[in-house]
Design a protein around this ligand. Sequence first.
Ligand code: 5GP
Ligand code: ZN
Length: 111
Amino acid sequence: MENCIFCKIIAGDIPSPRLYEDDKMIVIRDIEPKAKLHYLCIPKTHFALLTEMDADRSEILKHCFTKIAEIKDQLGLQDGYRIIINQGENGGQTVHHLHIHLLGGEKLADF
Ligand code: 5GP
Ligand code: ZN
């Protein structure tokens, strides 16, 4: 997608070190971390919202969640972590390419 910063990162047009990559997703560090460890799991397919889900996208997200659980130790998230998916204006979504925040590395504040 044109003008999508995460599509540009996935394409390699904007350099961003990948902690994990496969054919469906990448994991990078958030540029403005909100916790000691803050990663973004970004599906390689561009879509913005969970309401745009279809069978293929649902498979991709299933893969993302399965893989996150598999690689949590190598990301330093073995003691637990928080998953956030911001949706739309009220959810505070600023990048309109669906992504999964992974926060951890410390005891997170309640909310
Ligand atoms: P959202 O607010 O849409 O849920 O989250 C977007 C996240 O992407 C923010 O936490 C922001 O810090 C992060 N972000 C925005 N631009 C970049 C970038 O160019 N590189 C990386 N690594 N993170 C980014
Ligand atoms: Zn995109």
